[in-house]
Design a protein around this ligand. Structure first.
Ligand code: NAP
Length: 286
């Protein structure tokens, strides 16, 4: 029986990246739908849950993606609301690669060390990847702050994280290089999750920080989000800190994404969101 993955994307154009990885993860056919919302998803879910016998339902799965994590979360919940009894299929949420990217990054940072009690600042943490990195670090016992250019938006992001995951994340308004440099002065972990090609921190702003232990930059498009990080870094020691670049931890992100897709087809009731994907990442890192 063919393994069918229904790719529900909240953007008008479904992600090609997610489509390719879904095939590489073991789906025989990936069917992309764009502009999917809680309002129009109902009939699609019914098609997925009513068509195959109970023992065969594991061969149908749903992937929720798109560039807007809040829209993805709403869609992910709307799909689950259509399930009842054994009329359900496995599903995964990974808007903009938020879960798999953050999980790979935090799994590498926590590999072989405890982060408990440390302080972290996630620069430009209001996007999908930053939000999920904040959750995962907070759940490792880290005191997490995220920066954004506007306090209102950044605080709203922290509030949404608290409501969804029950963890406290602090908001810092940091619209320019100087304010971001000030934000990281007394921290052990710096993570950059800004939009592609945006420089968030100069090397001089972090190279002299005595307590700094870990630095990670998710941006894979030059220039780097944190100057002085090499895109291939995978724990390299720089200025006294272990440093991770976007491709350095990106190999785990891709392997994790594929592994999650494969797992969807092992049962018909799996849910893969931040907590589950991070747990899988921890078994794969190293
Ligand atoms: P995003 O939503 O595109 O951007 C994150 C935040 O960047 C925004 O919320 C915004 O925050 C801030 N920002 C935008 N323009 C800015 C500017 N000119 N100056 C300062 N801040 C600015 O990012 P994302 O989807 O979460 O992804 C984060 C990064 O991870 C991206 O660079 C992406 O390419 C990368 N990525 C890497 C991998 C990997 O495997 N390594 C996988 C997926 C994504 P405010 O408006 O609140 O300031």
């Amino acid at each position: 029986m063919k393994k069918l993955l229904y790719q529900f994307d909240t953007d008008a154009l479904p992600s090609v990246f997610d489509n390719v990885v879904a095939h590489d993860g073991g789906a025989d056919q990936v069917i992309p739908y764009g502009s999917i919302s809680p309002q129009n998803v109902g009939g699609l879910v019914e098609g997925a849950i009513f068509t195959r016998a109970p023992r065969d339902k594991k061969n149908t799965a749903i992937f929720v993606g798109g560039s807007n994590l809040l829209a993805g979360e709403a869609l992910y919940l709307a799909v689950q609301k259509k399930f009842f009894g054994n009329f359900r299929v496995s599903m995964m949420l990974d808007s903009n690669g938020a879960n798999t990217t953050a999980a790979a990054c935090v799994a590498w940072m926590s590999h072989g060390r405890s982060l408990q009690g440390m302080k972290a600042v996630i620069l430009a943490g209001t996007g999908p990847v930053g939000q999920r990195a904040a959750v995962m670090l907070a759940q490792e016992g880290v005191r997490v702050s995220i920066t954004g250019r506007q306090l209102d938006k950044t605080q709203a992001t922290c509030d949404a994280i608290a409501q969804r995951f029950g963890v406290t994340v602090h908001a810092i308004a940091a619209p320019d290089l100087e304010s971001r440099a000030a934000a990281v002065r007394d921290t052990q972990i710096i993570v950059a999750t800004g939009a592609s090609g945006v420089v968030l921190l100069e090397e001089e702003h972090w190279k002299g920080l005595s307590g700094l232990k870990l630095v990670a930059d998710a941006n894979a498009t030059p220039p780097m989000g944190i100057a002085g990080v090499d895109i291939m870094d995978k724990g390299a020691q720089r200025h006294g800190a272990a440093v991770f670049g976007a491709i350095g931890f990106g190999a785990l992100k891709l392997a994790l994404h594929r592994a999650c897709i494969a797992r969807l087809f092992e049962q018909n009731d799996l849910r893969l969101d931040a907590n589950e994907i991070y747990a899988i990442a921890k078994t794969m890192v190293g």
